[in-house]
Design a protein around this ligand. Structure first.
Ligand code: TXA
Ligand code: MG
Length: 348
């Protein structure tokens, strides 16, 4: 199959809309990451998503809508959900609600719940408006790779596998949406993202955090969000997180890098803009300013993809405090490192 990469124009949106209504796949930009869309109520179309991504069938998809009236055929909406929609839609928040029967089992991985989201990206909105269909869309990466934040990343992963990629420039947030479940006893964040716990609690009161956000699932522990079970966001090289006081971390990274390079590894460091100068001999990759976590979120996945392009095999990374957007960053970075970390003090 030949994959077209087109700028989002009126004619490419019309083509995208036609392909979707025919059950084909279209990759499109959202404010979080690029999505790989299919008509959500067409079983065969949805199965194409799993084939193109190499995604395990037990990992459910998010249904994207542009108008709340579309939810009538998809899920049971409750009062808490309405309050969250008023506050955060359109935007990077996915809500898990009880499903309706019209949603194919392939979308929900046979769960009795369904994930729904209204994206704010103008191209995503224009596409949903043009096709007037609810669109199931996971991130448009091959399963296991970091989510794509540019059309070029999508092409790297999906060339020859899908007919069309709409180019809408770089994704703004850079990390996938916050996923909140409203089906348990208490609202619970299954995946942290740009809409933070504090922002959610301002609107609906206490919200809990799924246990496995900052650690691997334990043996026998059930994943609330099936996506958490899988190796995710991981580059091919081995990532180690370096924790501790700022000055110690910089010095520890210098030593660890020197040791790895001496041993013949293709090594590098991922560090804040503020530390690039101090780490200039350590093949530094700028992950953004320490003072600006949104910038770190925006750059993280592109940085992780770049490591594979450079065939890096040993990577040392700085960390951010796991608060606000930092929680989402550490959730992704922790998985990229398979939760491998060292204390800077132990290296010095
Ligand atoms: O920002 C985003 O959410 C992007 C853009 C394209 O909208 N989409 C995205 O989709 O990240 P995906 O499939 O890569 O991640 C969806 C996550 C997975 O962790 C999945 O397990 C979880 O949401 N999920 C989906 N439906 C669920 C359900 N019914 N119950 C629990 N978790 C669910
Ligand atoms: Mg994904």
């Amino acid at each position: 199959m030949k994959t077209q990469l087109l700028p989002a124009t009126e004619s490419s949106l019309a083509l995208a809309s036609r392909l979707l209504s025919e059950g084909q796949l279209v990759a499109f930009p959202t404010e979080t990451v690029y999505g790989l869309g299919a008509y959500a109520l067409n079983r065969d179309a949805v199965l194409r998503i799993f084939a193109a991504k190499g995604r395990p069938a037990d990992n459910p998809l998010i249904v994207h809508i542009h108008d709340r009236s579309e939810l009538d055929g998809i899920c049971e909406v409750n009062d808490l959900a309405l309050r969250l929609m008023d506050a955060f839609w359109p935007g990077p928040l996915t809500i898990i609600l009880p499903r309706k029967a019209a949603v194919p089992d392939e979308v929900t991985a046979k769960l009795d719940t369904v994930a729904v989201r209204m994206p704010s990206h103008p191209v995503a909105m224009a596409l949903l408006r043009a096709c007037k269909l609810p669109i199931a869309a996971p991130s448009a990466n091959r399963s296991g790779k970091p989510s794509p934040t540019t059309a070029q990343h999508v092409l790297e992963d999906m060339d020859g596998r899908i007919p069309l990629i709409l180019d809408g420039g770089e994704s703004d947030v850079g990390l996938e949406s916050t996923v909140i479940s409203l089906v348990g006893e208490k609202p619970c964040i299954l995946r942290p993202g740009g809409v933070t716990r504090a922002m959610l609690e301002d609107v609906i009161g206490e919200v809990s955090l799924a246990g496995s956000i900052l650690r691997p699932l334990q043996k026998g522990e059930k994943a609330l969000s099936p996506g958490m079970m899988y190796k995710h966001y991981a580059p091919d090289g081995q990532v180690t997180l370096i924790e501790g006081e700022e000055a110690d971390v910089v010095e520890a990274m210098r030593r660890l890098y020197a040791h790895a390079a001496e041993q013949g590894h293709r090594a590098c460091v991922m560090c804040f803009t503020e530390h690039i100068e101090a780490l200039r001999d350590c093949h530094p990759h700028d992950i953004g300013a320490q003072s600006n976590p949104s910038e770190v979120a925006h750059r993280l996945f592109a940085t992780l993809r770049g490591l594979d392009e450079e065939r890096m095999d040993v990577i040392f990374s700085e960390v951010v405090p796991p608060e606000g957007v930092g929680l989402a960053i550490m959730n992704r970075l922790g998985r990229a490192a398979a939760f491998r970390s060292v204390q800077a003090k132990d290296v010095l």
